[in-house]
Each structure stands twice: as structure tokens, then as C-alpha cells.
Write a new protein. Structure first.
Length: 157
């Protein structure tokens, strides 16, 4: 894989996909933009492909094959060990949709996950002020009709 310089803070990157396979491929490409440490909110309606995108990210980190990545809707968090440029990376995929408030969120131990080698991707993270404050950016997925999606990555300053 070629080395891509880290993006300037505050930059927005946009991708359009036409299928689930395209979305996985965008996930593979995004790894270069999401070098740890990162806490990214994954925003999108049900069924837009948030977990599908994570499949590509996990594959690019050599952390899991796409079919091994599932939504953490009921378990709340999935952890994968991978690497980027020969350095270990912890990939955490969270789904906080079912959590009711900040107190339940605290029980997940999110702060303990935010280590220098961590890439933390939180589905429905926009629901919680504490996650919005800690987030280093957002990945928004919008359905465009059929299997087409617009994926917008915004990294904070």
C-alpha cells in the first residue's frame, strides 16, 4: 500500500459507492485517513452501511476478514487487533444505539479505550454529548437510492 500523508485537520473527504462491496473498499482506503489515535462517530440511518464500512477498515488493518465483522448492536463493543505500517492498532467498533444516557455510556469505559494505538468507531455516537466532545471526527453515510451511498469523512481541527 502506498503511503498517504495524513490529511490536514478539518479536511473533509467524500466518496460515493454503488454497492456494499464498494463501501467495503472505501473502508479499506479510509484507514490511511484514520491513523490512530482516533475516535470517530459513525453517523447514518439504519441499514446505510456503517458496519459494512467497518468491514473494510478491519480488513485493511489485517484485523479481521469482512465476514468476521458484525454489528455490535447487542454486545455494544467489538475489539479487533490489527496493524498499520507495522505498528499495532486496536480497532474498537461500538454501537451505542440502545444506551439510554451518559451513565450507561460511562459503564462501557470509553476513556480506557482511547489509547495512542486505538481507532474507535462509534455508531450512533452523535446521541451523546460526551462522545461528540471527544470525537476527532465523523463519518457520515447517506443513502442515495438503491445501494448507492455518499460517505463523508470530516476530521476535526
Amino acid at each position: 500500500m502506498s503511503n498517504v500523508a495524513p490529511p490536514a485537520a478539518g479536511r473533509t473527504h467524500e466518496f460515493t459507492t454503488k454497492s456494499g462491496a464498494d463501501t467495503v473498499e472505501v473502508g479499506r482506503k479510509l484507514v490511511r485517513l484514520l491513523a490512530p489515535p482516533q475516535l470517530m462517530i459513525l453517523r447514518g440511518d439504519l441499514g446505510t452501511g456503517k458496519t459494512t464500512l467497518v468491514k473494510g477498515i478491519a480488513q485493511a488493518l489485517d484485523a479481521a476478514e469482512p465476514d468476521e465483522v458484525t454489528s455490535p448492536t447487542f454486545s455494544l463493543i467489538h475489539e479487533y487487533d490489527g496493524e498499520l505500517d507495522g505498528k499495532p492498532v486496536k480497532l474498537f467498533h461500538l454501537d451505542v444505539y440502545r444506551l439510554e444516557g451518559e451513565r450507561q455510556l460511562e459503564s462501557l469505559g470509553l476513556d480506557e479505550l482511547l489509547t495512542p494505538d486505538a481507532l474507535v468507531l462509534v455508531e450512533w455516537g452523535e446521541k451523546f454529548k460526551s462522545i461528540r466532545k471527544k470525537a476527532t471526527g465523523e463519518i457520515a453515510i447517506t443513502a442515495m437510492g438503491g445501494d448507492a451511498r455518499r460517505i463523508t469523512v470530516t476530521l476535526k481541527d
